[in-house]
Design a protein around this ligand. Structure first.
Ligand code: APR
Length: 227
C-alpha cells in the first residue's frame, strides 16, 4: 500500500466546532498565549492554565469528528496512512484513524510537572490544583507549551521522510518545528495542501486545494486515486 502522511492543524477540527488559534475569532484573540500556553505562564498561574485546558477538554468531548476526519480514517482501507497532528483533541482517533502522532500533546492526558515520562490517562476528567503524580508533584496538562521541546519531532521527521504522498491540512504553518516538517518529504513526493485560506510563501512545489477539510479531503482522494 502507498504511504500517505498527513500533517494536520487546528483547521482540521474547525468543522467540528473547535476554534482555531489564528483565524479571526481564534483562541489567541481571547487569551494571551504566554499566559495560558507557556511554561512561564504555568509557573506564574497554574490555576488559570488548568482552567483553560479543563474548558478545552470539556468542549472537545461535546464535539464530534467531522467529514474530513472520517474520510482520512477511511483512507486506511487503500493506503498506509500516518497522521502527524499539532492538535491536542482526540477527533482523529474517535474517527477511527489508527496511527496518530500528537506533536503538541493531548487533552485526554495529564502528566507529572517534574517528570514528563509520568503520563496519566484523564479521559474527560479535570485537573485541579492539588492533584498529584505518584512522585507527589502537581499534575499538569500533557501539552507541549511554548518554550518547551517537542519530544516527538524526530519521530515525526522519520515519518515524513517515508512519505510517498504528503498532505497538509488546516495549519497556518506558523509554529516550528512542526511547520518545517514538509521540507523532509522526499524530493519526488507530491505535496497537497488543504486550506480555505492557504498560507503563502512555501518554497516546495505544492498542490493547493483551497477548501475546508471535509470537501478538501474528498477532493484529495479523487486526485491521489490517479497518482
Ligand atoms: N478546513 C481547513 N483549514 C481551515 C479551516 C477548515 N474548515 N478553517 C480554517 N482553516 C485553516 C486556516 O486558514 C489556518 O491556515 O486552519 C489554519 C489554522 O491555523 P492556526 O489557527 O494557526 O492553527 P495551527 O496552524 O494548527 O497552529 C499551530 O500553534 O498555538 C499553537 O500549539 C498551537 O498547535 C498549535 C500551533
Amino acid at each position: 500500500m502507498k504511504k500517505i502522511v498527513v500533517l494536520t492543524g487546528a483547521g482540521m477540527s474547525a468543522e467540528s466546532g473547535i476554534r482555531t488559534f489564528r483565524d479571526s475569532n481564534g483562541l489567541w484573540e481571547e487569551h494571551d498565549v504566554m499566559e495560558v500556553a507557556s511554561i512561564e505562564g504555568w509557573h506564574k498561574n497554574p490555576g488559570l492554565i488548568l482552567r483553560f485546558y479543563n474548558e478545552r477538554r470539556k468542549q472537545m468531548y461535546s464535539c464530534e469528528p467531522n467529514k474530513g476526519h472520517m474520510l482520512l480514517a477511511g483512507l486506511e482501507n487503500d493506503y498506509d496512512v500516518e497522521i502527524i497532528t499539532q492538535n491536542v483533541d482526540n477527533l482523529h482517533e474517535r474517527a477511527g484513524s489508527s496511527k496518530v502522532l500528537h506533536l503538541h500533546g493531548e487533552l485526554t492526558k495529564a502528566r507529572s510537572s517534574i517528570n514528563p515520562s509520568l503520563v496519566y490517562l484523564l479521559g474527560d476528567q479535570e485537573i485541579k490544583i492539588g492533584d498529584k503524580c505518584e512522585k507527589g508533584s502537581q499534575l499538569r496538562p500533557c501539552i507541549v507549551w511554548f518554550g518547551e521541546e517537542v519530544p516527538a519531532i524526530n519521530e515525526a521527521i522519520k515519518i515524513v521522510e517515508s512519505a510517498e504522498i504528503l498532505c497538509i491540512i488546516g495549519t497556518s504553518l506558523n509554529v516550528y518545528p512542526a511547520a518545517g516538517l514538509l521540507h523532509y518529504a522526499p524530493s519526488g513526493c507530491p505535496i497537497y495542501l488543504i486550506d480555505p485560506n492557504p498560507p503563502s510563501g512555501i518554497s516546495r512545489k505544492i498542490e493547493v486545494i483551497a477548501k475546508g477539510a471535509g470537501e478538501g479531503v474528498a477532493e484529495l482522494i479523487k486526485r491521489v486515486k490517479h497518482k
